[in-house]
Design a protein around this ligand. Structure first.
Ligand code: FAD
Length: 473
């Protein structure tokens, strides 16, 4: 009997899962699934405990969904990626696996692990990989010279042209398999990893919850997205990133659902702005394949490697804890600490503040975000940080420096978001919350909230000087 193994990683779903669908195509094959966790490596590389817990919750939902289709899901643990390949190899022998199906992961270490697995299994197990976590495969949206775009706008135009040639299809969840081995289903052991349970109201686990959220968003909110997406006090974005990051949802499902509700989205009509964000996600994924050195946390723009960063641990700590004295920055950092998620506008503001007001190396911020985010995704996070630090391709120019106070005034005008997340400021009315010490002085009131740890104007001058010195060197 042939046994097909699906090696699940960041693709924890049964719907529109290319590797799973391919494995199930042969009706006579026995199909089984495997997930190998690497908790030690997660610790070292700072996977957020909340994301690890979310993975585990979604594995349980996946196990149930697979069981209904007669496909058992096994779980194993390994110390690191190299050991994971050994574990996979032993599992293939134990289960007499004939074919391995998996969806590509594009980060350098993951891609190397998969190449090693293919080499090690060669001649014994037929291996097949799939471009599943993207709408269009890396390398398929390129310039006339066959090169990856460095600038987003022409990339997105080319991307939309490709979509116009034919949409990437969504594949259905496999049908229940005759004689599927339901009896093999055993409870999954939890990870040996400290976890913080995600807020089940904010991020309920499982594909059904993700698909419902996608449907609701496309039906009721995707049309208003351009007007609402920049204001953290309201729910104007989809909150789908945790599901996309670990593959509980695919970008193709997002695309198809969006086009069902907004048929002109790919031609600039209603829904186009949200589609554009999905294309940013693809852009960053395609970039790390074209320039793998990005996975080594190297800047895209060479001269920015020479910026003389300041190593001020007290400043860094104040930023992490949300005690910088800049209300919008602090509210955002505390939102992330409590929920594991942060609004996109606030990711830009907090990242800019760390790099351009505190002159802290963007890689410290990048790493800290990964240690906190429930939607931690290497390509999007690295892309976002390199954008904010002006070190990346098509990044904000280095002389563009957000003013954290005016950003707050613009995007949280009445201060509702700040009051929600910074209780020390909850009694300050309206716009006054953006400059709380001025308000307290006028009122003659005491305030238990830090004074700004840096003066923005002075910090701006110092940062410009540091970038200019690096550029001229
Ligand atoms: P929506 O606005 O509803 O967008 C839909 C989807 O498109 C998102 O779920 C996400 O998958 C994708 N997307 C949206 N904006 C971007 C973007 N700028 N870049 C790449 N993909 C995008 N996103 C992550 O998924 N994981 C990260 O680790 C991450 N780190 C970031 C770090 C920084 C410094 C910055 C500036 C941005 C980062 N982003 C990251 C991108 C973005 O902030 C989040 O994807 C978004 O806030 C998620 O909320 P949402 O699902 O409601 O997004």
């Amino acid at each position: 009997m042939t046994t097909h193994l699906v090696w699940f990683r960041a693709d924890l779903r049964v719907n529109d899962n290319l590797a799973l669908a391919a494995a199930c195509r042969d009706p006579d094959a026995r199909v089984i699934g495997l997930f190998i966790s690497t908790p030690q490596q997660w610790r070292d590389h700072s996977v957020a405990p909340r994301q690890a817990a979310f993975i585990w919750q979604n594995l349980q939902a996946l196990q149930q969904a697979l069981a209904k289709r007669g496909i058992p899901l096994f779980m194993r643990e390994a110390t690191d990626f190299t050991a994971a390949v050994g574990t996979l190899d032993a599992f293939c022998t134990e289960q007499q696996v004939t074919s391995l199906f998996y969806n590509y992961q594009y980060e350098l270490n993951e891609a190397r692990r998969d190449a090693l697995a293919e080499r090690q299994l060669e001649g014994r197990v037929a291996c097949q990989g799939f471009d599943d976590s993207v709408m269009l495969p890396p390398g398929s949206v390129v310039t006339g010279n066959g090169e990856m775009y460095k600038v987003f706008t022409p990339y997105s135009r080319a991307f939309l042209r490709r979509l116009g040639e034919g949409l990437p299809p969504c594949v259905s969840a496999p049908k229940p398999r005759a004689g599927g081995a339901l009896s093999e289903v055993a409870a999954l052991p939890p990870f040996d990893y400290p976890s913080e349970t995600p807020d089940a109201m904010l991020f309920p686990a499982g594909e059904e919850a993700a698909l419902k959220r996608l449907r609701d968003f496309c039906q009721t909110a995707a049309g208003d997205y351009p007007e609402k997406r920049d204001f953290p006090a309201i729910r104007g974005t989809s909150l789908l990133s945790p599901y996309l990051a670990i593959g509980v949802l695919s970008p193709r499902q997002c695309l198809h659902r969006l086009l069902t509700e907004h048929p002109r989205a790919a031609e600039g009509g209603s829904g186009a702005v949200w589609l554009n964000e999905l294309i940013w996600r693809e852009f960053y994924r395609h970039l790390i394949v074209a320039w793998p050195h990005l996975c080594r946390h190297q800047p895209f723009i060479d001269w920015t490697a020479r910026v003389a960063w300041q190593r001020n641990d007290a400043h860094f700590q104040a930023w992490c804890e949300g005690n910088t004295g800049y209300p919008i920055v602090d509210a955002a950092m505390r939102q992330m600490k409590v929920t594991g998620w942060m609004h996109n506008r606030l990711r830009m503001i907090t990242a800019s503040f760390l790099v351009k007001d505190l002159l802290v190396d963007w890689r410290r911020g990048e790493r800290y975000f990964m240690s906190q985010l429930i939607d931690g995704d290497f390509a999007a996070n690295n892309g976002g940080w390199q954008w904010a630090a002006s070190t990346g391709t098509d990044a904000a120019p280095y002389f563009r420096i957000f003013n954290p106070t005016t950003q707050g005034q613009r995007f949280d005008a009445d201060g509702d978001f700040i009051r929600r997340w910074v209780p020390e400021l909850s009694h300050i009315p309206g716009k006054a919350v953006h400059e709380p010490h001025d308000w307290a002085k006028k009122q003659g009131a005491a305030l238990r909230y830090p004074k700004p740890i840096v003066d923005h104007k002075q910090a701006r001058v110092a940062t410009l000087a540091a970038y200019e010195a690096a550029r001229k060197e």
